[in-house]
Design a protein around this ligand. Structure first.
Ligand code: 13P
Length: 256
């Protein structure tokens, strides 16, 4: 199965509107022919909510997809500080990250709330990048696969086979995020293959062949080629290295 690679930048709580527009300008200015190769990946950026409009403006006329970092499950209501799918859709946002480990770790998100967010986003027509991954403690205890299975089953509960076409998974081992400590190619491939087999079991073998599974956790130009060469790694969800135009462009080229 030929799966188009994805290079996605999760800007986290970085980049004001003007800084975000500048980063896009830098990307555009430095994108020579080689980052437009025939098998070019889908390129996505996920700025903070308040930076989205400026980045949409700056990316006009480019194939760069602009997404959001989270979405609430309710259509509207008394949920101070939250953003609904309808609000994102109205501003032209097409993709949303859900279940990032930082949301789970620092903001009390659970598989149950992640599942509610996933269902609401899909119902509103958004494409979802669903993040899963184990902590260091869980890996050392040897329960990585059990944790991943629980997350996949719960986070995607009640999602239909058709809706799964609008889901991209991101395997982000928590111990590799922002630590400079990347999973080895073999460690990452092992979990990606496990996740794909799980999708075959829960949904269908064709679904498993189609779904894109990204790796996230200290991906950078120096380690991207090895990770992206793995048969079940379909791209990257990148934090730190997505904030520097030169690094992000190098990652796009690595996925060509
Ligand atoms: P880093 O690339 O900074 O490790 O972050 C990865 C990540 O969390 C992307 O969502």
């Amino acid at each position: 199965m030929d799966r188009k690679k994805v290079i996605a930048g999760n800007w986290k709580m970085n980049m004001t509107a003007s800084e975000g527009a500048q980063l896009i300008a830098d990307l555009k200015a430095n994108c020579d022919g080689s980052c437009k190769c025939a098998t070019a990946p889908e390129v996505m950026v996920f700025p903070p909510f308040t930076t989205i409009a400026a980045v949409q403006e700056a990316t006009k006329g480019t194939p760069i997809i602009v997404g959001a970092q989270n979405v609430h499950w309710a259509a509207n209501g008394a949920f101070t500080g939250e953003i609904s799918a309808k609000m994102l859709v109205e501003m032209g946002v097409t993709h949303v990250i859900i279940g990032h480990s930082e949301r789970r770790q620092y903001f009390g998100e659970t598989d149950e709330t992640v599942n509610q967010r996933v269902k609401a986003a899909l119902a509103a027509g958004l494409k979802v990048i669903l993040c899963i991954g184990e902590t260091l403690e869980q890996r050392e205890k040897g329960v990585t696969e059990a944790i991943i299975e629980k997350q996949v089953r719960w986070d995607l509960a009640d999602v239909t086979m058709e809706q799964l076409d609008n889901v991209i998974l991101a395997y982000e081992p928590v111990w590799a995020i922002g630590t400079g400590k990347t999973a080895t190619n073999e460690q990452a491939q092992e979990v990606h293959a496990f996740v794909r087999a799980l999708i075959a079991k829960i949904f269908c073998p064709v679904c498993a062949g189609k779904i894109r599974i990204l790796y996230g956790g200290s991906m950078k130009p120096a380690n991207a080629a090895g990770l992206l060469a793995q048969p079940d790694i379909d791209g990257g969800l990148i934090g730190g290295a997505a904030l520097k135009a030169a690094d992000f462009l190098a990652l796009i080229k690595a996925a060509c």
